[in-house]
Design a protein. Sequence first.
Length: 281
Amino acid sequence: MASPTIKEPHENTLIPNINHSLGSSRRNVESMPQPLTIPVIAVVGSRRSGKTTTTEAIVKGLTSKGYRVATAKHIHQPDFTIDTEGRDTWRHAKAGAHTVVAVSDNELTTIKKVDTAKFALNDIISNCRNNTDVIVIEGFRRLVAQDLTVPKVVTARNKDQIDEALRVFKPILAFSSPLREKDIGTPQIPSVDVKRESKKLTEIIDARVGPIIKKRKETRNSVDIEIDGEILPLNPYVQKVTRNVLLGIVSTLKGTSIKGNENIRITITNPKKRTSESKAE
């Protein structure tokens, strides 16, 4: 008696089922809430309009509320360096060091010799993310002018500067100005004199960033994946799967003790990109 023929399913008949499963999984992941990024506040305005004074007031106010604040400042002078000619760190860089780290009893400073001409906003704030609740940047007008994810505090001394800001910047959270709302015709945007009302400006900003900071602390990432300097957003499901897989692998390594409460950070860099950046420098 001939053996019964078992018909194997054609491989193409499996594809729709696989694609359906993958599609369902992808939709489930995409429907999950995405993690919140660190809030960024930009202080922008004309030269000598009070940007640094305003930034100082904002930092002082947010710090007093217990937030960990990082700042970034745009400096226009093309030959500026935070280093001092003749000092040991300057000599290190002059000799060809790509990165110089200076460590004292109360301070750690990192100096990187890089070409920032083509930097995007993320290239800048990626240096401020560690142990930070909110980032305040001063300047960087070109990078943030129309960035709807970055609320602006605009410094202005007169009505002309106010009118220009309304044309150039979006969104504007508040004006830092001695002018009042009724004088500048912007009742929907508060105007604050930081020399007399710094607490008012703090409350305006806190109303915007406070809920985000609180939510971030409640859902603090235990897994960070950085690709070429950019933190990859991970929803809770992807974080959980990635964390379990990595800790499972690491736990098999000799001499490794996993407690289960570790934070995980993965850094992925593109060798070609790093090489091209080094040549540009």
